[in-house]
Design a protein around this ligand. Sequence first.
Ligand code: B3K
Ligand code: ZN
Length: 853
Amino acid sequence: PVTIHRGDYRPPEWQIPDIALDFALGIKETRVTAALSAVRAADAPAPLLLRGDGLTPAEVRVDGAVWNDWRMDGSDLVVDLGDRTAATVEVDTLIHPATNTQLMGLYASNGMLCTQCEAEGFRRITFHPDRPDVLSRYRVRLAGDRARFPILLSNGNCIASGEGEDGTHWALWEDPWPKPSYLFALVAGDLVVNRDSFTTMSGRKVDLGIWVRDGDLDRTHHAMAALKHSMKWDEEVYGREYDLDRFNIVAVSDFNMGAMENKGLNIFNTRYILADPDTATDMDYDGVEGVVAHEYFHNWSGNRVTCRDWFQLSLKEGFTVYRDQSFSAAMGSPAVKRIEDVRVLRAAQFPEDAGPLAHPIRPDSYQEISNFYTATVYNKGAEVIRMMATLLGPERFRRGTDLYFDRHDGEAATCEDFIRAMEEGGGIDLTQFRRWYEQAGTPKLHLTLAQEGGEWFLDIVQTVPPTPGQPAKAPMMMPLRLAAFAMDGGGAALPDTLVTLTGAAQRVPLGAFAARPALSVNRGFSAPVIVDYERAPGELAWLAAHDDDPFARYEALQQLMLDTLVAAVSGEAGNRDAVIGAVARTLAGAADDPAFVAEAVLLPSEAFIGDQMVTVDPDAIRSARMALQGAIGDALEGQWRAILGNPAPAATDLSPAAKGRRRLRGVALAYLAATGKEDVAALAFGIFSSADGMTERQAALATLAHGDSDERAHALDIFYQRYRDDPLVLDKWFQVQAWSLRSDTVAAVAALAQHPDFTLANPNRVRSLYGAFAANQAAFHQADGAGYRLLADLVIALDPKNPQTAARMIPPLGRWKRFDVARQALMKTELERILAQPGLSRDTTEQASKSLM
Ligand code: B3K
Ligand code: ZN
């Protein structure tokens, strides 16, 4: 396989300022005619390199005449234009949407046609340079059968339409904004629309449309509200206005990712558009809001200012995730949102950064760029932007982003351009900070307290672990927010302080305290690091109750739980009573902020407990966690029952308070179930049956799914019968079974893979079964290796159809170094078995071979 290196970047030899595309649409066969107006950018004559993937040129014309001076170089088309400096190059191709199972390029989903071009899918539609630093104005003519494709959409504005012959019709779309090919989109199908409008800050009216299949219209209102809120928020917070007369969103069921920010025509996985209280949980609602915002925000961070090359992916993704996180925080509870974001970072990104696939947020090389749409590029990328925002403060950060958008509008920019705008706009030197773009691995801060004559100091030693290809690291610059408290209430306290760390070792004065102060550190998770600081249970319990930063309160309680769990795993007593006391005190605040309390009293995940250990012992972790959950359940049984005794809020009430109360009820039910009390299955079944919405229904079903009551089978059956025709809800039915803590989950997942409703053709269905299963630590790591075999079988079966989604299933197998030698051997065997498959895709080959290193 060919490795592409960041340092090899060369500017394009040809630009294509204008493109005209003509589509004769058909599900089986679509004819594409592309007219590229090529203008030479290089000084010396150079042939025009047009990338292709699975295409054959039917005819090539230059300036209107048939042209024979071309050749194929592998799957690419090289057109020799002699010493011309400009030419119109036309190419005809035939493509086959119905057999496009990769879901890249033009494909069919449920009888409609749609596209996905990022990163390199446009070359599956027509020959083109297909690199993000080639920007063009597009004019797109779509023609097709009127009955089959009554709706014809592309980017920009529809400037003409009409009738053709034999029941066909056509539409002509024009996008005035030059864009890279990865932002091209078309949709053709039988769709209905939820229309609305938004008036921008300069008074322009924008027509909004959310297009779905007949019958789904009632489930689009939340997405529409989210879109309008996003448009307003981007004006208020970043001064960015929408720039076309129309903004369309289309929902499709078969989609590799969450959604795609195509200019003026976002295409979404239905999962992130459709929501109503009967079928979507509160978490689903938040997912819709966050992804709608994310794609909308890309209109500036990604589209108006795009990426020069794919190594700069975090330029748009890290920044846009930071923007959507800030938006969601503003729409709901900032503290709870921060907790959720950090939980995602720790669950997905920290393990990536600690394993064989670790890479900097701006990678240095890749074989297949699709493998780099990672938690590192997205979520760590967002943390890096957040750190700059923290170092600069809101006003200077805004000056930096204004400068960035204004200076690079219409350009394909680099991460370096962004940092420079921050430096100039914010008046700060980020020389050392740039290491966040260069070095992989999660930094660790080792903290110790020192005392000198009544004055207290915090000594910080920073280390960055070695990662593949980066054995030695230099210290990073980062903002660390901290505070110190006198636990007896008297004496001095060090209020919230922002320290900028730069050195490998640094001393921070805390002030005078009569006794050892309680240290609140990395408040708000100001830096994406691991803090190594030993604190007595009493100090953690005190902070969990008294810290004035909610995130730090959450962290203190989590640390207290974690210390106890890690002790229990290695057969020590730990401090259960301190945990139970702290949970009880936190629960006392449930009425004021149920959402925060629900997050705070949740035990750390099995995977996160494993991350604290030298060698992960999945079975011991599960037992320890279940035992502590049972103990907390027993000790506070009255409180849990009281929470469930109050009536649930109406499912239609989506206020933060109502969502928080439902979340807490779900947590209470899980704690009660852990007690093993006889009546709990009936209680859960009662909630399941009487629930007026999916949040409560799913929580009760998930709780039942862990056990072996009669109610379990009954509830699963009712749920299946009720929702068997609703794919998004049926996904949940697969998911709760794959999450189950039962000891027979591997066999259950294997059986579900044979269920008539399971299909490899739909990525959501694949993820709902296998993605959930791979996250079920004790099940996936079953000692006999059956879980590993199951996942490898899936990868092998899926790779020929959909390599992108197949390759995304590999990282769990790549964590082998963290396990005992027997599991290591079993995991490596499966990676080797995958690699031995003939004709394995580039995607899966890269992930599996790197995972073995
Ligand atoms: N930019 C798209 C990602 C598409 C990736 C395709 N392999 C979604 C997003 O981040 O908004
Ligand atoms: Zn994005």
